[in-house]
Design a protein around this ligand. Structure first.
Ligand code: FMN
Length: 341
């Protein structure tokens, strides 16, 4: 039995007694230590699943870690040793930035949800690149890229380009984050005109980098669950037209309908976890119906057990990612999901 089966009884009470962001920082610090000898073999977890090939990349199974947990790549080897087939690191920006003032992360305990308004706090893309180069994890690495808070929206493409060039040779795919609700104006990049301009710039650069480096690194676009059906169709059409390699459905939601009256429901930011499941799956379904298999999909949002994972696969996802259920259930959730898919 995995030692992590005891997480809800032994580790979580301790972690949940801490402020959510302190708990997160402690986890990252511990991860840095546990990812190295002599601890790594003691704290790793063997997870066996069905291998698959998506976007030209070979995944050991469908389940990965969603962006935002290890923004700076501080504990790639530890997180990788827990059995994820892939880790999405970041979101990183060209320059380091503090993000929004604390408190900015909240637990909605009644619903196994989280609300965050971190605002792309990260140490900058160069710091992440050092960690990427040092990693020993052999699984797939995606890097989520974004823009600095101080960069005007009209110059956003330069920030994405800067990050794309930096990480291109150090990862397996790049995720374009235009759906974080906590960076002012960012989600406006999902509107057809700015989206097409941004994605075209990135695709042109990807082509150039692919020929310079003799290596094609796929581009994935991550979308919000708070889009109208018309917006969803326009984004899908733009992604198909421009040859985007994958789409992630979804980021966190600003809606509070599902957690009305629960703890911290009035905090602003993005809601994730179980209360996001239905909405994100609905968006995944719409995207899948519109794309008709033209672009592979990553299902994210409220996956917490084999049933919710299977539902995303049935609704059109090829890959899956989790964040909140990893916080609530610990590393054992990876094994529980993958080995029961
Ligand atoms: C604290 C926190 C920080 C996050 N930061 C990012 C981020 O930097 N970039 C990103 O694309 N998504 C970020 N996300 C969103 C997750 O990657 C994921 O899309 C979302 O949490 C839904 O998955 P879940 O229900 O399994 O948590 C963050 C989520 C949380 C809870």
């Amino acid at each position: 039995m995995s030692i992590y089966a005891l997480y809800p009884y032994v580790i979580r009470p301790f972690i949940f007694a801490l402020d959510p962001e302190d708990a997160h920082s402690l986890t990252i610090k511990m991860g840095k230590i546990l990812g190295k000898a002599p601890f790594k073999p003691l704290f790793s977890q063997k997870v066996t699943g069905q291998p698959l090939e998506i976007m030209g990349l070979k995944f050991a199974h469908p389940l990965g870690l969603a962006a935002g947990m290890d923004k700076n790549g501080d504990c790639i080897d530890y997180l990788g040793s827990l059995g994820f087939s892939h880790l999405e690191l970041g979101t990183v920006t060209p320059k380091a930035q503090e993000g929004n003032p604390r408190p900015r992360m909240f637990r909605v305990l009644e619903a196994q949800g989280l609300i965050n308004r971190m605002g792309f706090n990260n140490k900058g893309v160069d710091y992440l690149c050092v960690n990427l180069a040092r990693r020993t994890f052999k699984g797939i690495i995606g890097v989520s890229i974004g823009k600095n808070e101080t960069t005007p929206l009209e110059d956003a493409a330069n920030d994405y380009l800067f990050c794309l060039r930096k990480v291109y040779n150090l990862c397996d795919y790049v995720a374009v984050n235009i759906s974080c609700p906590n960076t002012k104006g960012l989600t406006a990049l999902q509107e057809a005109e700015p989206l097409i301009a941004l994605l075209k710039t990135l695709k042109d650069e990807q082509k150039k980098l692919a020929s310079e480096n003799a290596r094609y690194v796929p581009l994935v676009v991550k979308i919000s669950p708070d889009l109208t059906p018309v917006q969803i169709e326009a984004i899908c059409d733009a992604c198909v037209k421009l040859g985007i390699d994958g789409m992630s459905c979804t980021n966190t939601t600003v809606s509070r309908e599902v957690i009305h009256g629960m703890s911290h429901a009035s905090e602003w930011g993005g809601l994730s976890g179980k209360p996001l499941e239905a909405l994100s799956t609905q968006v995944l379904e719409q995207v899948s119906a519109h794309l008709q298999g033209k672009i592979p999909l990553i299902g994210i949002g409220g996956i917490s057990d084999p049933l919710s994972a299977r539902s995303k696969l049935q609704k059109g996802a090829s890959l899956l990612q989790i964040y909140s259920s990893f916080v609530y259930q610990g590393p054992y959730v990876i094994k529980k999901i993958v080995e029961n898919l």
